[in-house]
Design a protein around this ligand. Structure first.
Ligand SMILES: NC(=O)c1ccc[n+]([C@@H]2O[C@H](COP(=O)([O-])OP(=O)(O)OC[C@H]3O[C@@H](n4cnc5c(N)ncnc54)[C@H](O)[C@@H]3O)[C@@H](O)[C@H]2O)c1
Length: 258
C-alpha cells in the first residue's frame, strides 16, 4: 500500500465497504485505504474479512472488520453505528455486497430465493443507506456508491432474473437517493461493472476458455480486473467527482453499448 491515512485522494475520509471480505469489495477497500481512507469492512465471512482488515493495517492503513449481514435490519443498524463511532463519523458508503445463483428460469425459481437475492442485493443497499445517511448529513455531506451490473441492461437466459431485477432496482434506488439527498450534499452514484473473474461468476470466468469466450463479446477485448472497478470507485468517491450525482458509470469495457 503506497498511501497512508494522512495523504491520498480520500485522505481524512471514513468509508464503509460492504462485501469486503473478498472479490471487488476487498479490492475497493484496499484501494480506498491506500488512498488515505479509514475503512470499515462489512461482511458475513468473518475470518477472511478480519484477514483483509489486518492486512490493510499491516500496510499502514486503518481498517475495522464488522460482521454484518446487509439484509438484516438490526445487524446493519448496529454495524453502521459501530463503524461511525469507531472512526468518529462517516463520509462514504460503498454498497457492494451481493449474491447470485445461476440456472433457474423464473417459473422454477423458489420464492424464497427471489426474496433472498432481493434481500441482499436491494434491501441491503437500502438498509445501509438508511442508517448511514444521518451520519453523512451530520458531516455536511458524503457519498453513497451503489454497485449494479451489466446484467441490469443485458438480459441473458442463464437463470438470473432475480439478480438482474435486483441490479435494475439498485439503479433506480440510486436515482431516488440522488434526488432526495442531493440537497443535503450527499451524492449518490452507481457503478455498473462488466464481467470480472471473482467467486461470483467462477462457473463462467473460472477457466481461460470461459474468459476468452466472454472477452470476445467485449469491445475492449478482455474481461475486467478488480482494479478497473477500484480506480473508478476512488474517482467517484473523491471530491474530483463533486458534481456527479445520480449517474450510472458503466465500467465494463463497452460490453453494454446502445
Ligand atoms: N464479478 C462480476 O463479474 C460482476 C459483474 C457485475 C456486477 N458485479 C457486482 O459487483 C459486486 C461485487 O461482486 P464480486 O464479483 O466481488 O462477488 P464476490 O462473490 O467475490 O463477493 C461478494 C461479497 O459479498 C459478501 N456478501 C454476500 N452476501 C452478503 C450479505 N448478506 N451481507 C454482507 N456481505 C455479503 C460475500 O461474502 C463476498 O465477500 C456485487 O454487487 C456484484 O453483483 C460483479
Amino acid at each position: 500500500m503506497s498511501g497512508s491515512v494522512s495523504q491520498g485522494r480520500l485522505a481524512g475520509k471514513v468509508a464503509i465497504v460492504t462485501g469486503a471480505a473478498k472479490g471487488q469489495g476487498e479490492g475497493v477497500a484496499r484501494t480506498f485505504a491506500a488512498e488515505g481512507a479509514r475503512v470499515a469492512l462489512f461482511d458475513i465471512l468473518d475470518d477472511p474479512g478480519k484477514r483483509v482488515a489486518e492486512s490493510i493495517a499491516g500496510a499502514g492503513g486503518e481498517a475495522l472488520f464488522v460482521h454484518c449481514d446487509v439484509s438484516q435490519v438490526d445487524e446493519v443498524s448496529d454495524a453502521v453505528e459501530l463503524a461511525a463511532s469507531h472512526f468518529g463519523g462517516l463520509d462514504i458508503l460503498y454498497n457492494n455486497a451481493a449474491v447470485i445463483r445461476y440456472g433457474r428460469k423464473l417459473a422454477d425459481l423458489p420464492v424464497e430465493e427471489w426474496d433472498r437475492t432481493l434481500g441482499v442485493n436491494l434491501r441491503g443497499p437500502f438498509l445501509c443507506a438508511k442508517f448511514a445517511l444521518p451520519h453523512l448529513i451530520s458531516r455536511g455531506g458524503g457519498v453513497i456508491l451503489n454497485v449494479s451490473s451489466h446484467g441490469a441492461f443485458q438480459a441473458s437466459p442463464v437463470g438470473i432474473a432475480d439478480y438482474g431485477a435486483s441490479k435494475g432496482g439498485v439503479i433506480t434506488l440510486t436515482h431516488y437517493l440522488a434526488a432526495e439527498y442531493g440537497p443535503e450534499n450527499v451524492r449518490t452514484v452507481c457503478i455498473a461493472p462488466g464481467p470480472i473473474p471473482t467467486d461470483l461468476n467462477r462457473q463462467f470466468l473460472g477457466t481461460p476458455e470461459g474468459r476468452a469466450a466472454t472477452s470476445r463479446g467485449i469491445p475492449l477485448g478482455r474481461v475486467g480486473e478488480i482494479d478497473d472497478i477500484a480506480k473508478a470507485a476512488v474517482f467517484l468517491a473523491s471530491d474530483e467527482a463533486k458534481w456527479i450525482n445520480g449517474a450510472v458509470l458503466q465500467v465494463d469495457g463497452g460490453i453494454v453499448v446502445p
